[in-house]
Design a protein around this ligand. Structure first.
Ligand code: SF4
Length: 417
């Protein structure tokens, strides 16, 4: 079954993605250096639309932390944050990012000559929809750099979004505006906010279509590709560049479907990935599954940047609704219904849950979900222990043994079907 040499198809649009990401980082760097625009740091599903509409250059520390993971710098930096009291058990994005600051290093310096580090913030803006760690993370920088830290404390663990929840988050969003106006030195332009929300809506819709190309068999892109190509959806949401990029990527993937080209040659098995990627093992994992003729083709993680609720006619309220719609904020009932729909839609043979040691919020294997879903759908699952950034929590041997055994199980199941 296993192929000697993993056959993975390269995405041609990658060059264009790297260019717009590079433009984004240089623009951020210029904003901070020339002081022409104020800089806001924002959590990944924080109010980026509001910040962009007010003219802030927006930096996303989670993106920087993921780069620390992908470049395998994180593991050595985490102890720096541990030494000032931030536990090895808490978010390894937080500990890697603070560790990098304390050490004065950044992957940006290597990738983008002339940039030394992330830009210094004028304001830090969080949304706790994903976890409390983001607030603690930003609070540390607020103390260290003496800058204001404001944000949204989100409701959590609900199944349905009701008007009361939307009222709550909308009011919190409105309450941020006077402080942001003061820091930006200009009033919020409602028309600009509507334009930004419209661009976010367009970006999100295209990103959905990109991910849904993987419904085709063979799938034209994998989860490992998507973790890289989601960059613009994360850091350039609300801009024209992101929209243009996803139009290009979508056209390339549709071309692959038309020609029957899969991301993994000879695709035999189709896997759903639940949880975060192991950033420092993206290539190894991608090669491992390709060798086993297995497409890990859809994930909760990459799909989390689909926000169908954005509506320029009702910008603030629709932002509140979109941020509340995030998978990670919802109850297990909602999550299980969602995953079941995805399994059917993408014709999935098996589920892999990544139990990330330092991110309980993004690890859904700890409260019986794999057992419940397996019982209801009959689709087998595997739990892989690991972490998003701390490679000391990752065992390559165990991953290899467990994944190979799991694919063998799928093979047997197929033959007995
Ligand atoms: S969701 Fe997980 S990885 Fe993301 S900031 Fe929170 S703890 Fe860290």
């Amino acid at each position: 079954m296993a192929q000697e040499k993993p056959q993975r198809k390269k995405i041609e649009s990658t060059g264009q993605m790297m260019k717009i990401m590079s433009d984004y980082f240089y623009d951020l760097n210029d904003a901070a250096k020339t002081d022409q625009r104020k800089v806001a740091w924002c959590t990944s599903v924080g109010p980026a639309e509001l910040l962009r509409a007010m003219g802030f250059a927006v930096h996303f520390p989670e993106n920087h932390a993921a780069m620390l993971g992908a470049t395998r710098m994180a593991t050595e930096l985490i102890p720096e944050a541990n030494s000032i009291g931030y536990s090895p058990d808490i978010c390894s994005y937080l500990t890697a990012d603070i560790g990098a600051y304390l050490k004065g290093v950044s992957p940006l310096a290597k990738a983008y000559p002339g940039i030394e580090a992330p830009p210094k913030p004028d304001v830090l803006v969080f949304n706790t929809n994903q976890c409390r760690d983001v607030q603690d993370w930003f609070a540390w920088y607020a103390r260290e750099l003496n800058v204001p830290c404001i944000g949204i404390t989100s409701p959590k663990n609900f199944t349905d979004i009701n008007e009361g929840l939307v009222d709550d988050v909308s009011r919190q969003l409105e309450a941020l505006i006077p402080t942001l106006e003061e820091i930006a030195g200009q009033p919020l332009d409602l028309h600009k906010l509507q334009e930004t929300v419209a661009l976010s809506r367009e970006c999100t819709e295209l990103w959905r279509q990109v991910l849904e190309t993987a419904m085709a068999a063979p799938a034209p892109l994998t989860f490992f590709d998507a973790t890289i190509h989601m960059g613009p959806a994360v850091v350039l949401r609300g801009t024209k560049q992101a929209v243009d990029y996803y139009q290009q990527l979508l056209a390339e993937l549709q071309g692959r479907i038309d020609n029957g080209i899969g991301a993994v040659e000879g695709e035999q098995y189709r896997i759903y990935w639940e949880g975060m990627p192991v950033w420092g093992r993206l290539r190894q994992h991608s090669e491992l599954f390709a060798k086993l003729q297995t497409s890990v083709l859809v994930s909760t993680y990459c799909s989390s940047w689909i926000f169908p609720d954005f509506d320029p006619a009702e910008p603030l309220r629709s932002m509140a609704r979109a941020y509340l719609g995030l998978f990670i904020v919802r109850s297990d009932d909602y999550k299980e219904t969602y995953i079941k729909q995805m399994l059917e839609k993408f014709k999935i043979d098996g589920i892999i849950y990544h139990d990330a040691k330092t991110c309980p919020c993004n690890s859904n294997s700890r409260y019986g979900m794999p057992q419940r879903l397996e019982q209801e759908t009959g689709i087998p699952s595997l739990v892989l222990s690991g972490d998003l950034n701390d490679l000391r929590c990752v065992s390559d041997e165990q991953t290899l043994t467990n994944v190979e055994a799991f694919i063998e199980q799928l093979e047997e199941r197929k033959h007995h079907a």
